[in-house]
Design a binder for this molecule. Sequence first.
Ligand code: PHE
Length: 443
Amino acid sequence: MSRSQWGSRAGFILASAGSAIGLGAVWKFPYITATQGGGSFLFIYLICCLVLGLTLMATEMALGRAAHSSPIGAFRKLGNPGWALTGVVGVLVAFLILSFYSVVGGWTVAYLVKSITGGIATSIDPKHNSEAFVQFITDPWSPIVYHFIFGLLTFGIVIFGVEKGIERISKYLMSLLLVLMLLLILRNLTLPGAWEGVEFFLTPDFSKVTKETWLEAMGLSFFSLSLGIGIMITYGSYVDAKSNLISSSAWVIGLTLLTCILAGFMVLPAVFAFGFEPSAGPGLTFITMPAVFASMPFSGFFATLFFVLLLVAALTSSISLLEVMVSFFIDELKLSRYVAGIISFALFFIVGCTASLSLGVWDNPAHHIFGLNIFDFLDKLTQNILMPLGEVSLTLFCAWVAWKSHLAEQLFSSAKLANLFRLMLGVVVPVIIVAVFVVNVIL
Ligand code: PHE
């Protein structure tokens, strides 16, 4: 059976970038950079994206194109059923990520609603904004209602098969998001005290680097680039034989990094200018941006536009996560698309509710797992443990099991380069991942 293909290489790159660019870049990147010491974290994150990210993304795409199949099928076809377990773990990780991703997607919907009703850009006072955010996320009901709405939107898009339509408009909306971010950056840089934030973001202070910085940077590079759960394998399976996968990956990574860096410039200078706490954690973007809007004319308009565009970016990522779950139920359990969608929605909605409650009424030791609330536990487990392990398994599989199955020629026409890449893939990358992992998680 012939597999359908992307209409163009640009379509393929934009769909991959749509999955990659989302809350990871705009919500996660600024707050992790802020808690991990600023410039030095940025530096290590860039290295992780360029060295590990590029190798892994190109390999995932190559595996998909060589096997012409979804992740589990690819591992089965070019390996054996044992390796298919890597694909199954990928589905589990997609499910766990979607559970808390949808909660944060819900925050975006809530802030959008507040922007429209005028309840958001009211204060530049850090205390007021943090209290408003904490009051919202610790409420037992309202974040869950918004989590449901975000989940329903994701479900609706996947079930009614309108992803293609969303992808078509999303490229315009994503470009608009980048332009809006640029505008907000220009606004922020004129605030007194903003340059302190720019310095913090760009000046590496290596005395702040700990072993945890490496783990966070590596994990975030996988999360923000949508690696480690097989999404790029699926996307690669629809690519025509001529497209260069290394340069396609470089494009996706470049666009994602651009968004991360713009998000850093958008949030961090404002954090310093308004006197917010850089180590505020997951609320940083949501606490800081209302102050930015409050300090400018047409605040309601800009706030609404920002959260609409952020919502679209979040949805183009969440649909790629839900698609992983739905395809699994369809292919492996032979369920209809509709039933597969309902089961997936129910699963991630329920686990997401526990994550949301864990930031409020359940934020106590009785509900902690390894000392973390459920939200943080899901986040760390997926980003810092399961995604790196999934990638180690992928690298070993591709370099040592499937290499001869036409994998090399997906990437390079020169045998010399291919061998060099194989060394990188089969030795250098897994050794780096395992070393960072062991030093942090086991020692
Ligand atoms: N990369 C997405 C983001 O940054 C999240 C994601 C992770 C999507 C893993 C798919 C797979 O928002």
